[in-house]
Design a protein around this ligand. Structure first.
Ligand SMILES: [Zn+2]
Length: 446
């Protein structure tokens, strides 16, 4: 499903599972391993909670430092392709990401507070004065006098623009607890929303501290936000990652959201669901599949800061370890950097680290993008149907629905050639082939 491989038959016995991949490659797998992975995949809700009501990485009984499901899928695909080649069967696979990208990095920002207050700004000024850093103190003073906001979202936008990237901003706009927004500057917010929209950024909703167990609160806040935004919002993440997966996801579905990105750890960089690919969670209590696409969160600035006591080298090591894994698996990694982590007076090391992540993405052919783009692409990819017309010597791909252009990875064994229009591709190679609607590919056995 994730790979785009077409599975035609699954046979179970006591110790093994035999999977037949179209058009006839049989793979034998260890049943215990598969059962473990399936249980891991469907069990996204855990009962334990910290004092803030959240599930922590330290509570997990699994090794969350790597996505074992994704690594298994990667191995499964490789095994299938190897077997296919040795048995002389051609295999086609939907490309995982558009434009020939190797993997994806989803960039996100929770905007808990739009603007730094005067009290905060003065405390930073005093800290700089105490440190004897007069030059920086003077600059901060000038910023205060000219009302420059150190958490301005345009700082984030301009950094990402350098890398031709876009991102998702989750806005907290209301709520009744001390952790929520006390007074909202509506005019300023509307101005910022317009700037983001004009520049192609994704605007999503950050539901308040206690709303995760109150659907009426989620609905009310969403409506209020949409009235300011002037359009429907499809993405959501819970503030403080407070979330009862099964129940809250149902609320999100009823409220009309399409994707969520809450499933992550507040205390560690890690793979909570054993996968970092988008997926539709199984709501075990209701025996149904959620219609909300979950895009798991893996890296969060505040979690990294606390877990590694602010030691930037340790944080960096752990983040790049996770990035390397995701790159190897050709999967996705979701990163969260709050807007106050772009404050040049207090978070210079985090700004540099964020840019290093973007540089890593650019040099390693990653798609640096928003969750909205990931959602749109993933849904199109899932719904892209390949029609086969089969006879003894030819296989035709007659149609790929729902796509203007699309890409296939094609494994062509020695004895098969591929005819695309007047172009003949010789067997014995693997290729990435752009496909257009209603294009016909003919696999011809020589
Ligand atoms: Zn938040």
């Amino acid at each position: 499903m994730i790979s785009g491989l077409d599975i035609s038959e699954i046979k179970l016995n006591e110790t093994n599972i035999k999977i037949t991949v179209n058009p006839g490659v049989v793979i034998d797998l260890d049943r215990n391993l598969i059962e473990h992975l399936v249980k891991r995949f469907i069990r996204i809700e855990e009962k334990e909670r910290d004092s803030m009501g959240r599930f922590l990485a330290s509570f997990s009984k699994e090794d969350t430092s790597f996505p074992e499901i994704d690594s298994f899928i990667k191995e499964f695909i490789n095994l299938t392709l190897e077997k296919a080649v040795s048995e002389g069967v051609p295999v086609i696979q939907k490309c995982l990401w558009p434009n020939n990208k190797e993997f994806a990095i989803a960039l996100t920002h929770d905007v808990d507070r739009l603007r730094a207050g005067l009290k905060y700004n003065l405390s930073i000024l005093i800290r700089l004065l105490k440190k004897g850093n007069m030059r920086l103190a003077l600059r901060k003073l000038l910023d205060i006098l000219t009302r420059i906001n150190p958490w301005d979202l345009r700082i984030v936008m301009s950094i990402e623009e350098k890398y031709s990237a876009v991102s998702t901003f989750f806005f907290l706009i209301d709520g009744k607890s001390n952790y929520d927004v006390k007074k909202l500057d509506k005019k300023y917010l509307i101005r910022i929303l317009k700037a983001l929209k004009t520049n192609g950024f994704d605007i999503a909703f950050h539901s308040s501290f206690s709303s995760f167990e109150k659907i009426e609160e989620i609905m009310r806040e969403k409506k209020l936000f949409e009235s300011m935004l002037g359009e429907r919002v499809i993405g959501v993440r819970q503030h403080y990652l407070r979330f009862n997966a099964y129940e809250t996801l149902e609320f999100f579905e009823k409220a009309g959201f399409k994707y969520d990105s809450t499933l992550g750890f507040p205390d560690e960089i890690g793979f909570r669901a054993g996968t970092s690919f988008p997926f539709f969670p199984c709501l075990v209590n209701k025996k149904k599949i959620s219609r909300i696409l979950e895009i798991p969160l893996v890296i969060m600035d505040t979690a990294a800061l606390k877990r590694y006591n602010g030691k930037i080298n340790l944080i960096k090591e752990r983040i790049f370890e996770a990035l390397d894994i995701v790159k190897t698996n050709n999967s996705l990694i979701t990163v969260l950097w709050h807007n106050n982590y772009f404050d040049k007076y207090t978070k210079l090391d985090f700004i540099e680290l964020y840019e290093e992540i973007l540089t890593y993405g650019t040099t390693n052919n990653a798609w640096l993008t928003s969750l909205r783009d990931i959602y749109d692409w993933w849904m199109k990819r899932l719904n892209a149907k390949i029609e086969w017309i089969k006879n003894d010597k030819r296989l035709k791909i007659a149609k790929i629905n729902g796509f203007q252009n699309f890409c296939l990875r094609i494994v062509l064994p020695e004895k098969w050639n591929l005819q695309i229009g007047s172009n003949l591709i010789k067997g014995g190679q693997t290729l990435k082939q752009p496909i257009f609607n209603n294009q016909i590919l003919e696999f011809v056995r020589s």
